[in-house]
Design a binder for this molecule. Sequence first.
Ligand SMILES: *Cc1c(COP(=O)(O)O)cnc(C)c1O
Length: 423
Amino acid sequence: MTLTEKDSQYLWHPYTQHKTSQTPIAISRGEGALLWDENNKEYIDAIASWWVNPFGHSNKFIADAIYKQLTTLEHVLFGGFTHEPAIKVAEKLMEILPKNQQKIFFSDNGSTAVEVAIKVALQYFFNKGEKRTTIIAFENAFHGDTFAAMAASGISFYTQAFQGMFIDVVRIPVPVKGQEQTSFEALENVIQHHNCAGFIFEPLVQGAAGMVMYEPEALDKLISICKENKVLTIADEVMTGFGKTGKTFAMDYVDADPDMMCLSKALTGGTIPMAITTFTQEIFDAFYDDDINKALFHGHTFTANPTGCAAALASIDLLQTDEMQSNIERINKNHLEFQKKIESHPKVITARTLGVIFAVEIKSDSEESYYGSMRTKLYNFFIENGVVLRPVGNIVYILPPYIMRDEQLQKVYKTIEEAIEMV
Ligand SMILES: *Cc1c(COP(=O)(O)O)cnc(C)c1O
């Protein structure tokens, strides 16, 4: 049996209707921005394997750090114990996070980072004896697939089987250009009519919605409204963190600081699943008490896994090199040039860029759904041409590893141009 045949016998894939989906491609090797399948066909990974891989596949620097850690202390429980890699990650994050972030809590993936943040927002008020149980979130948000994260997510077909089983979430419009005032008013209205504990948002870019972008000034205003009303703010930087927007964090563009931040995806350079939720001292203090019931009773078996910590440290070191920073600028320049070229195309509705993130919306005759027919046509065209891109409906986005070379990037652009002609 081939790998693909064995796969279909045993495996259940994410976001996949196995009856109608195509068979998956078996990848046997990756290096830099490239992947090779079992037949040695080459692909450019233009979405950094779901936004996790800034420094390239099989990165030697991170691999060495992981190996060294694996042969020193691969794992130890974090309940009652601690270790240097976790402390070093915390120290490093204190240098690069917004200054008000003072405490870090480890978990395993983006969803758990969000789950922790939402539980903390709810328990913060419980501990203070205040009844606040509503979470505010954006329309079309994506915060993950565990229950509280799903509740906060607004992409409805992901969550429709579970409606009625969620914590209380109220949605407000995203403050995209022209909609800022509507969004501000909606937030004020929600806060007036509900007992709101927290507001969770993807800062500046909504990834899974199709790289929907909005301005820092608008987010600044929304956060200020929350602060005036003592609603805790949660910046979900799981996608945007570690350089994607051109700065280390999307929140670096925003004057106001959030109360909590969620990090994962690029945290370990796309090697080991790990996540972090960060907090202000004030939030931590609301759990600090002689009463054990005020503690945060949340944890995961692999919390602060030292090997993951070693990968995170190596990744942040790489991010901070001049070489990587100039790579980010180089990709941004290329994107802006391509955007200029493509946005006047008659089949293009709009194109947008922030940092290494680029998105183009293509005109469609019919209302295009998330996994609609244009999407499938585009996806297959890209794969045939050796480019990994996963359009969201009629939106094609690029989120390349920062080390992607100019000629690889040009091939991605050219393939997108050809695809636009084709559909
Ligand atoms: C991917 C993502 C998540 C969920 O992360 P997982 O590791 O897939 O659980 C949460 N929030 C945002 C903004 C994301 O992009």
